[in-house]
Design a protein around this ligand. Structure first.
Ligand code: SAH
Length: 456
């Protein structure tokens, strides 16, 4: 049996020396790391060891013996327990610094590019109530329909009314919808035996338009009085222009199923971003923090230094927000996206904004980029905005082969960004600077934009 310096259920007094990328305090006993929630660097805590693993353990704060000057009061401990706001106990200016330093660490450790400048994170003046989208599970708790959020690493739902980081109008709407669901006697989903009916509620609210879409994710297609219920929602919430039923019969953690039925109104909402209007349908990706997304894009466009001569690729284009926002400043835009509904939205959004120099294609960025290269398309700027897993080697190779003078990399994961910047460097593309923009205040998620230029 391997010996560990601590045992489960042991009480320890430790000083926190670091924060993990998920915002947990790190204390070391004889070099063995223990991760502790709600504990900041410099704080001395009395903790209970709750788990002892092979390489590290977990502890729970019993008592805070000294308090960090960087600590701010939390509205509610559930915000940490559920992971809704895992950095909610850290002062906002320190959250911004944490994010900048996290990118610097990954650049040094993963990319071996410590010299690339990482600018101070652009934060929000009021870093709460920013999310334009909520996605909440519906469960039965003590015999009653509840909405809330999962306790971290579990499937237990903690009932929550004030989500703090969501648009308060969305929180209000959730309570109204909950009351309607109870009146209509809708059965909450039961995960243990895959029974019951309503699994999740998703709400999106346009930041500028205030148009609201409500998606009800159900286990079965047959929805008794579904249309009546949807009409009641729209009646009590006049901002609602769309109610959609999404059917997900599977035993899965994936929220959305394949089938959608329009219960009320239209199948999309509209919102604005920079100077353009965007239609957003239920299955399309749309950045959750509209104000900060505008700063993010603005930074990306400034980095690119666009002119009418430019031919631009918008890879991982979603509903076309990046390419269409810059289309009027450049010669041509080629977009690619893997979700069919999002591509349809992008095409509609081009029409909606009188843009005729943007082509959006359905497909994987890897295949489409290779095809564009084969077809002789010569982009001068390539924008990439991938999900957390980052880019594939084959896409990076095709981008380099297409020979743009600039690549703008928008990333939501510094670790895969660093990995990919190293690959770009090997192909002659140098990372000039990185600008983090805080799209996710109170959480550990880190968004950034990087300018890469081709070395002469
Ligand atoms: N640029 C958009 C969307 C970014 S999110 C915006 O700013 O709103 C990433 C997008 O990449 C999602 O829409 C996702 O559906 C899409 N995607 C994921 N893997 C892909 C792939 N291999 N090729 C093309 N698009 C992909």
């Amino acid at each position: 049996m391997k010996e560990y310096p601590v045992e489960k259920n042991q009480q320890i007094i430790v000083v926190i020396t670091d924060l993990t990328h998920e915002g947990l305090g790190v204390a070391k006993i004889d070099g063995y790391p223990i991760f502790i929630e709600n504990a900041l660097i410099g704080e001395e805590v009395k903790a209970l060891v709750v788990k002892v693993g092979n390489k590290f353990g977990y502890g729970k704060v019993l008592e805070l013996l000294t308090e960090s000057p960087d600590r701010q009061p939390l509205a509610n401990l559930d915000l940490l327990r559920t992971g809704i706001a895992p950095l909610g106990h850290l002062k906002y200016e320190k959250q911004l610094l944490f994010k900048q330093q996290q990118i610097e660490k990954d650049l040094a450790r993963i990319a071996k590019l410590p010299e690339v400048p990482v600018l101070p994170t652009i934060g929000m003046a009021n870093p709460v109530g920013y999310r334009n989208k909520a996605q909440v599970p519906v469960r039965k708790i003590d015999g009653q329909l509840e909405i809330g959020f999962y306790r971290k690493n579990s499937h237990d739902v903690v009932p929550i009314e004030d989500f703090v980081i969501q648009d308060p109008k969305i929180d209000e709407a959730l309570q109204t919808i909950k009351a309607i669901l109870c009146r209509f006697n809708v059965k909450p989903y039961n995960e243990t035996d895959n029974s019951g009916f309503l699994r999740n509620i998703i709400i999106r609210r346009g930041h500028y338009s205030h148009e609201m879409m409500v998606t009800l994710v159900t286990r079965l297609e047959k929805f008794f009085k579904g249309k009546e219920l949807a009409e009641q929602i729209a009646k009590e919430l006049p901002e609602v222009v769309s109610v959609i039923q999404n059917v997900n019969e599977k035993v899965t953690n994936v929220i959305l199923g394949d089938k959608e039925i329009l219960l009320y109104g239209k199948h999309y909402i509209e919102d604005q971003l920079l100077d353009n209007k965007f239609a957003i349908s239920s299955r399309s990706f749309y950045q959750v923090n509209t104000l900060q997304t505008e700063f993010l894009y603005q930074t990306a466009f400034d980095f690119a230094g666009l002119t009418k001569e430019d031919v631009v690729v918008d890879a991982y284009s979603g509903i076309g927000t990046i390419g269409l926002s810059l289309a009027k400043r450049v010669g041509h835009v080629y977009g690619v996206e893997v979700i069919a509904e999002a591509v349809a939205d992008a095409k509609m959004n081009a029409l909606l904004n009188d843009i005729d120099n943007a082509d959006y294609k359905l497909g994987s960025a890897e295949k489409m980029m290779a095809k564009w290269v084969a077809d002789g398309i010569k982009p001068s700027v390539v924008f990439v905005d991938p999900p957390r897993k980052g880019l594939t080697n084959s896409l990076i190779d095709s981008i380099a082969e297409s020979d743009p003078s600039r690549v703008i990399y928008i990333s939501c994961n510094p670790a895969t960004l660093a990995r990919d910047l190293k690959l770009f460097a090997d192909l002659g593309y140098q990372a000039e600077k990185i600008q983090p923009v805080d799209l996710f205040p109170q959480t550990y998620h880190i968004e950034s934009v990087t300018l890469l230029t081709k070395r002469a």
